[in-house]
Design a protein around this ligand. Sequence first.
Ligand code: NIG
Length: 410
Amino acid sequence: VPFDLLVTGASEVLTCDGPAQGTAEARLGAVRRGVVGVSQGRVAFVGTDPPRDGVGPGTRLLDAGGGFVGPGFVDCHTHLVFAGDRAEEFERRCRGESYLQIAAEGGGIQRSLEATSAATEDALVALALPRLARLLAQGVTTAEVKSGYGGTVEAELRCLRAVRRLAALQPVTLVGTVLALHAVPVAYRERRQAWIEAVRDELLPAVCREGLARFCDAYVEQAAFSPEEATPVLTQARRLGLEIRLHVDQLTAGGGAELAARLGARSADHLEQISPAGVAALRAAGTRAVLLPTSTLFGRVRPYAPGRALLDAGVPVALATNLNPGTSMSENVFLALGLGCLENGLTPAEAYLGFTRTAGEVLGVPGLGRLTVGGPADLVVYRADSYRQLPYHFAMSDVAEVLKAGRRCS
Ligand code: NIG
């Protein structure tokens, strides 16, 4: 049967489907001068010799012009539904105030919470659409989106309903995460336990009834929620069928990675302050690490997460933009890839896998972040002839074409 589309002229096709036990380079599954056949939105062929009957009168041809082809990026950690901005806080950080200092004075997440809780669902959708368009233009075809700036049960639901609407309005596939333990809303400041219980007993069951999220996340940090506060919520989430992701060890070391391991989280995210015991715990539990180097840079937090040590210990490492108004006001995938190499210590192959195959594993969707026959034809054609050029051509996009389910988006 002829393909609907045939991508030819590539320097190489990276399937990201090489053997799990191989080196990072082997896991890239490169096919030199490969072609990709697409039928009905799915990959129908990857290799060098397409079947003779693969090209018919109706087959469209896309010439990669010597660039390489790879799977769409999977941005597995974003907070892209929010209202308002925090440019003023950015300026204060530039003048030397710290993220924690600003948060303690009522800024930080609290500021975004005020603006977001006052926004309608329509407004949240309208604000998020251009952010998604910018991600798509850089090759992101799947993104995880967290709530967390709602501050009431109703506003948290509104944010997640906005995610569901956004999924229907534009090409990027979206995966929802409920992150209600992000900051204690002002109204609950004197009774934080009441917020925790509202999340556990009202919000989570409503989220699951409406099918609004696949994951439950919590910000475990001295200035946010303790492991003891987060655990009952996460346990309830698991009971309701949600999987667990955690923001841990970002600003202070608090045994967060160990908590993620104990709870069997799918991933532990941030990890700037992870201890050697935390690394060992993630390894033993099979919990993946998600590193967010643009937020380390932008939040002026140091050090960067020890990506090299995590990988050397056998912990899979994903990278993500962490797009959010406070610590990472950027959709720049290529900046994250570059910093992943320069500051987290990943090689270009490891960074590329971190934004494709490993990020797909974090989201737990089989085949996501890979180009495999039968899988969705979410792919990117680059002007560059090698993935090595992406972190090297620092913070710049060499994307020529983005295809979502075989359709050109650019
Ligand atoms: O991933 N760490 C917690 N949450 C966000 C920051 C949110 C904000 O400052 O608005 C993060 O960095």
